[in-house]
Design a protein around this ligand. Structure first.
Ligand code: RM4
Ligand code: MN
Ligand code: MN
Length: 424
């Protein structure tokens, strides 16, 4: 289904007066409000094709109904999000969960919804039905060269799909590692992985990047072969300029200082981009900003500082993607919440007085430095984010409009209540 632009406009009119009052107030408080709004209009966050259905856990899965059963329906769902918030203009595919059978037709459909294709993701963490060799003991790290070659070939296949769709990057997340002390030789696992990644890297088109994503634990519980940003950066540096480190917020040990990691990766020109989610414990895949919004803001503060120092385009030069899907919410509503939280954190970071902050740091004025950040975090940016949506043609209150139009009920009627999206 598609949302009607006129319906959105009509809905917005009912909220306009209150919105404008709020906006006028915020503009008094935030001196660079107009510049922030423009940056928000430009900023797009990719939606992964595997986040549109219920995530589930290994204990169970509670589908909400109307899940997209095909890639075409997934594109439609991202199209709905984009129509509502005008900030979800890209989709990221996981192969083989979503293999585009007719790439030209899929591209045309995406185009119809105003969507482009973000990074393509390979999957060597599961065995597929038609697969010859098993990844039970790893893929790119495997002791058997034939398994490694199979995983390399899969990644090359993924690049080919990406080229057909207009993607510009390959994300490699490996579950490789070990569950018990003694199980693997760390050095050999690293060397095998590097050699395999080099073979994949050699197949990247000139204007592509390889995102090397790390994760501290799970599904391997003793060691992960790309377990932290140090290991990822080692691989990325050895591979070459097209390889960079991808940070997924949920992939750290508790209380890791992710903003510091970001700052240093940017200093090295080696930050690929982000997978947004939130967590209380580990890779919980909760809605961005649901648990630690201040952390999200602090990360954006470093991102903005780092991108500005390097003269980068905020919207285009790093990969921005949501990577979250869980059990208890309508996935589309959840994704709208995530995008909103990310936009708020970005807007707050854009409002930080960088010069004053740097001066306070130079003077070792800890109180002023802390206050500058906390003032920005405590400033209500919702009117600026809403204004950016309004100017771009989205809904002032995306979830409000989604519910008013009974979108989920319509999807259930269209697709049925028992459809299951491919993915986790
Ligand atoms: C992993 C990792 C990858 C994602 C898979 C589904 O934990 O975050 O980015 O592709 O999950
Ligand atoms: Mn991820
Ligand atoms: Mn993850």
């Amino acid at each position: 289904m598609k949302l009607n632009k006129e319906d959105i406009q009509e809905y917005n009119e009912g909220l306009l007066e209150f919105h404008q009052e709020k906006l006028a107030f915020t503009k008094k408080e935030v001196t660079n409000a107009e510049a922030i709004i423009q940056k928000l209009v430009d900023f797009q966050i990719a939606i992964p094709s595997w986040a549109l259905g219920t995530g589930g856990t290994r204990f169970g899965r509670f589908s909400g109904g109307g899940e997209p059963a095909t890639l075409e329906q997934k594109i439609e769902d991202v199209g709905l999000l984009h129509a509502l918030n005008q900030a979800s203009g890209a989709i990221s595919l996981h192969i083989p969960w979503d293999i585009p059978k007719d790439a030209a037709a899929i591209k045309a459909l995406a185009d119809e919804h105003g969507l482009v294709f973000d990074a393509v993701n390979s999957n060597t963490f599961q065995d597929q039905a038609d697969q010859e060799l098993s990844y039970k003991f790893g893929s790119l790290q495997h002791t058997d060269p034939a398994v490694r070659q199979q995983a390399v070939d899969h990644n090359i296949e993924v690049i080919k799909h990406g080229i057909e769709l207009g993607s510009k990057s390959l994300t490699v997340w490996l579950s490789d590692g070990s569950c018990f002390p003694g199980q693997i030789n760390f050095k050999k696992a690293f060397e095998n992985t590097l050699e395999s990644l080099q073979k994949i890297y050699a197949e990247l088109p000139e204007d592509w990047k390889m995102f090397v994503e790390y994760k501290a634990f799970e599904p391997n519980f003793y060691s992960m072969t790309v377990g932290d940003w140090g290991q990822s950066l080692l691989f990325a540096n050895k591979l070459g300029p097209k390889a960079k480190t991808l940070v997924d917020l949920g992939h750290h040990l508790p209380n890791a200082n992710i903003e510091q990691i970001v700052s240093l990766l940017m200093m090295e020109g080696k930050l690929a981009g982000f997978h947004f989610n939130d967590s209380k414990y580990a890779d919980d895949d909760l809605t961005a900003g649901a648990i630690k919004p201040y952390q999200l803001f602090l990360i954006f503060n470093e991102l903005v500082a780092g991108m500005d120092a390097a003269g980068m385009n905020h919207a285009k030069d790093l990969g921005w993607m949501i990577d979250a899907s869980h059990n208890v919410k309508d996935p589309l509503e959840d994704l709208l919440q995530s995008v909103e939280a990310i936009m708020l954190a970005y807007a707050q970071a854009l409002s930080v007085d960088k010069e004053a902050l740097e001066n306070a740091r130079e003077d070792n004025d800890v109180v002023v430095a802390q206050n500058i950040l906390q003032n920005a975090f405590r400033t209500d940016m919702r009117a600026l984010v809403a204004e950016a949506r309004l100017r771009a043609g989205g809904a002032l209150n995306p979830i409000g409009f989604y519910r008013k139009m009974d979108v989920r009920d319509k999807l259930i009627r269209e697709r049925g209540s028992k459809t299951v999206a491919t993915g986790l």
